[in-house]
Every structure is written in structure tokens, then in C-alpha cells.
Write a protein that binds this ligand. Structure first.
Ligand code: ATP
Ligand code: MG
Length: 469
């Protein structure tokens, strides 16, 4: 782990920074509160206590002053008493600083109350509260046996540090230690999944698509891990698809090339009768056509893949397009003795004319190729609100139930159709084109009875409406 830039260290530093800044702010705030409010209150409270002490002494003429003051000292007060004639004494806990201006003593003797706690010099920290200084006391006058006295009182500082204070201090310290530990652990838990994900990303970059991260959390990191796993799964599937595609393509190129090579070698023979020569040449021609067809289909597939989601839409007459294609295949229909019925109203569609032409051509050639002699084909187009349905129905060999879900896969050919030429790419191209047009394709079939393919295409807003011409 690179310490300087690691997220873990950053998190710790930030957390510690937050802790220290908040401690300092809290300290300053309490200090301000002490200076503004508590100091005044503390002074008033202690003035009240001192006044009661003075009133008691003044009221008890038979009181033994020495004894009484020592008793108060033992009860937890630091007391300094001085009288008019200058005689003085300390009782209770000792003051650390004992300097007190004469004028203050004179004022108190004259009857004033000295508010040392309130007026004690301002300090940045609350420590003023604890200063064991005679100036940080309450001065109060009293009269005993005709003598005037000035008494300076403050509660004994040691008593302020009671068990409660120790407990509070301990609590604060414990809180600090526990939160530090918690931050260290939390940071580790936060960083660990990120490190796991980073390692997994590296594995993916090295093309190990079987990578899977095990992070079960319900937060954003858990979500990230779940999407990562989904991505890895998709990449694995893509990789498998790519490999099978290459396998299929090579195989589909390999067999016609082998045939061409084989028959070309046969053609080289010297004594070859005309009929065989023609037959071999026909095979070569046929295989060359197959290769050319395959290449065309592959090029079309690649161009569809590269297009992404963009097609150039143009408004054109769908019925005319379909009629044109049927015309094109009239010779084949006649040859195969297949009758065709065309049921199209004038319809205008907004789409890529060339791509859609390929769709209809594929569906028609399938309906011819996989038909039976004397079979029928029915083509219908109908408008349904904002979409158009084009249906190709044939009375051909049909598709077995187990093949039906696969016919849109690249290179898939049902066993029953292997006797006819084909690459198995036609329907996959049809489907991709239809999806590009934001349409849908459905196929239903019964073995031995026939097949029905329906293409539904949306009529885009802004396109020509399906008006009659
Ligand atoms: P290509 O169209 O590339 O020349 P193809 O016709 O074999 O080859 P697709 O059009 O993709 O390939 O069709 C895939 C498979 O689906 C066909 O091989 C065939 O088994 C089956 N199929 C498609 N249309 C029909 C149909 N109308 N009747 C019976 N089977 C069909
Ligand atoms: Mg086909």
C-alpha cells in the first residue's frame, strides 16, 4: 500500500483532523460560555455563600471566631481574614498566590463586596476557574465583637475535582480511544472492497473474464460490486460469442474453399468428359457464390454492429418495396411451383430502405427455400395505430419446437433445412435490423405445416402518415 496516496491513510487523516478541529472548537465554545455566563453565575453563587457566612458570624455575638473559621476551613473553604488593626489569618486549604492589594482590603473593610471571581483577569482557557489565587475569591465584610473584618473566601479547589470529574475525564479519554479504534476499523472496512475491486479490474484487463468479486454489502460499494460482476459476466458471454463466431465463420469458409480446391484439381485432369467438366465447374461456381453470399452477409452484420443505434430514416412506400421484391423472385416461385398472395394496402414507412429491403428479401427467400412443391406463401401488411405489421406465412416444412428459440442466432440452421443452401445468418440480420428500427419480430411454426413470421415496425412521428395515394 502506497502510504502517501492511499485512501485508507487519507480517511484516517481526515477523521483525525475532524476530531481535533471539533475538540478545539468545543473547547473554545465552552470557554466562551464560561467567560460570558458561568463566571458571573459562579461569582453570584459564591457571593451568596460568603454573605451567609458573614451574616452568621455577625449575628452570633458569643461565637468563637477562630474555631468557627477553622471549622469552615475544614468544611472545604479557603479563607483569609483580616481586621481593621491588621491582624490576619488563613483557614482551610492554602492559597497558592496570596498577594492582594491593600486598597481591596480597605474597600471590603469599609463595607464593599469584592467580586474577585467575576473580575479575575480573562484567560483564554477556563483554567481561570481553577486558579488558586486569593484574587480569585469573594471578599465580604463582617463585624465581630465590635471589630470590622474583611473575609476572602473561595471553595477549596481540590474539592472541585470530585469523583464525578475523574469519571468525566475518564469517559472523555475512553471515548477518544474507542472512536480512534472505530475509525481505524471503519476505514479498513471501507477500503478493503475497493482494493478487491481494483484487483478484479486488473484481472479483467488481463482478459480473465471469469473474475467474480465477493462483496456482500447493501450500500453503494455493494451495488458497484454487483454491477462489476454483471459486467464481467457480460464480457465472458461476449468473449464466448466472439469465439464461436470466429469458429463458425472459419468453418463456413473452410468447406466451400475445400470444395473449390478439390473440384479445381479434378478439372485439371486431361481426359475428362464434357459432362463431368461442366458439373465440376458448376460446383465451383456454386461454392464461389456461397462464399460471396457469406461475405456479403458478414459485411452487413459488421455494418449493423458498428451502426450502434443510428439508422438513416427516410419515408418511402412500403407496399411498393414488397411488390418489387416479389417480382424479383417471381422466376423462383414459378420454378418451385409456389403460389403467392400479396395483401398490402398503400403504406408509407419511415426507415432505412436498403436494410428493410434485405429483411423482406430474407423472409421471402426463407418462405420459398423451406417450402414444399406446390406450396403457398401469403404476405400481408396492415396498419395498427402507430405501427405496421408485415406477415410472411408459408405452408412449408415448418420448424421443430426445439429449434424455434434459436433461429435468430447467428449461424443457426435447423437440421431439416441443411439440404438447402444457406449460412444461417439471414434471420439474425433480420432481427438486428428490426431492433435497430425499434420494432419486433415474432415467429410461430408447426412442423410439417408451415411458418408465420410477423415484423412489427413503429411509424415514427414526423414521418409521412399512412395516407392513401
Ligand atoms: P441464409 O438466410 O443466411 O441464407 P438460412 O436461411 O439457413 O441462411 P436463416 O434465414 O437465418 O438462415 O434461418 C435460420 C434457420 O431457420 C434456417 O436454416 C431454417 O432451419 C429455419 N427457418 C427460417 N425460416 C424458415 C421457414 N420459413 N420455414 C422453415 N424453416 C425456417
Ligand atoms: Mg434465410
Amino acid at each position: 500500500m502506497k502510504l502517501k496516496s492511499s485512501l485508507y491513510v487519507k480517511y484516517l487523516v481526515v477523521a483525525l483532523l475532524i476530531m481535533s478541529v471539533s475538540t478545539v472548537l468545543a473547547f473554545l465554545a465552552t470557554n466562551m460560555y464560561y467567560q460570558q455566563v458561568l463566571k458571573e453565575q459562579n461569582d453570584a453563587k459564591n457571593t451568596a455563600i460568603a454573605s451567609r457566612m458573614a451574616a452568621y458570624i455577625s449575628g452570633q455575638s458569643k461565637l468563637n471566631l477562630q474555631e468557627h473559621l477553622s471549622m469552615l476551613g475544614q468544611a472545604g473553604y479557603q479563607i483569609y481574614v483580616v481586621n481593621e488593626s491588621g491582624a490576619s489569618g488563613y483557614y482551610g486549604g492554602e492559597y497558592r498566590r496570596k498577594e492582594l492589594e491593600r486598597s481591596i482590603i480597605a474597600d471590603v473593610l469599609a463595607g464593599d463586596v469584592y467580586h474577585g471571581m467575576r473580575d479575575y483577569r480573562k484567560q483564554l482557557f477556563v483554567t481561570g476557574f481553577f486558579a488558586n489565587d486569593i484574587r480569585n475569591s469573594i471578599g465580604i465584610p463582617f463585624v465581630h465583637e465590635g471589630q470590622r473584618y474583611a473575609m476572602f473566601v473561595r471553595p477549596d479547589i481540590r474539592l472541585l475535582f470530585s469523583e464525578v470529574h475523574t469519571m468525566m475525564g475518564g469517559m472523555a479519554l475512553l471515548m477518544l480511544v474507542v472512536s480512534l479504534l472505530a475509525i481505524i476499523i471503519a476505514a479498513w472496512y471501507l477500503v478493503r472492497p475497493i482494493k478487491k475491486l481494483t484487483a478484479a479490474t486488473r484481472r479483467i484487463a488481463a482478459e480473465d473474464f471469469e473474475t467474480h468479486v465477493r462483496i456482500s454489502r447493501s450500500d453503494e460499494l455493494g451495488e458497484l460490486a454487483a454491477s462489476f460482476n454483471r459486467m464481467a459476466k457480460q464480457l465472458l458471454a461476449n468473449e464466448a460469442e466472439r469465439k464461436s463466431f470466429i469458429r463458425n465463420v472459419s468453418h463456413d469458409f473452410q468447406s466451400p474453399l475445400l470444395n473449390i480446391g478439390g473440384y479445381a484439381a479434378l478439372l485439371k485432369q486431361k481426359e475428362l468428359d464434357e459432362a463431368s467438366r461442366r458439373q465440376y465447374a458448376a460446383v465451383i461456381e456454386n461454392e464461389a457464390m456461397r462464399l460471396s453470399n457469406l461475405t456479403k452477409q458478414l459485411l452487413l452484420l459488421t455494418s449493423l454492429d458498428q451502426r450502434g443505434k443510428s439508422i438513416t430514416r427516410r419515408s418511402y412506400a412500403l407496399h411498393e418495396q414488397i411488390e418489387r421484391i416479389v417480382m424479383k423472385y417471381r422466376w423462383l416461385l414459378e420454378k418451385e411451383e409456389i403460389s403467392i398472395s400479396l395483401d398490402t394496402d398503400p403504406l408509407y414507412l419511415n426507415g432505412d430502405e436498403a436494410l428493410l429491403e434485405n429483411v423482406w428479401e430474407n423472409l421471402l427467400t426463407n418462405a420459398i427455400k423451406y417450402n414444399k412443391p406446390g406450396g403457398k406463401i401469403r404476405i400481408r401488411t396492415e396498419r395498427e395505430r402507430k405501427q405496421v405489421n408485415v406477415t410472411f406465412e408459408d405452408t412449408g416444412i415448418g420448424i421443430a419446437e426445439q429449434d424455434l428459440p434459436h433461429v435468430f442466432e447467428r449461424f443457426y440452421r435447423a437440421d431439416a433445412s441443411r439440404s438447402t443452401n444457406g449460412t444461417g445468418l439471414g434471420l439474425s440480420i433480420v432481427k438486428e435490423t428490426v431492433v435497430l428500427h425499434q420494432g419486433e419480430i415474432r415467429i410461430s411454426s408447426t412442423r410439417g405445416e408451415g411458418t408465420c413470421v410477423t415484423v412489427t415496425l413503429p411509424i415514427m412521428p414526423g414521418a409521412d402518415r399512412l395516407d392513401t395515394v
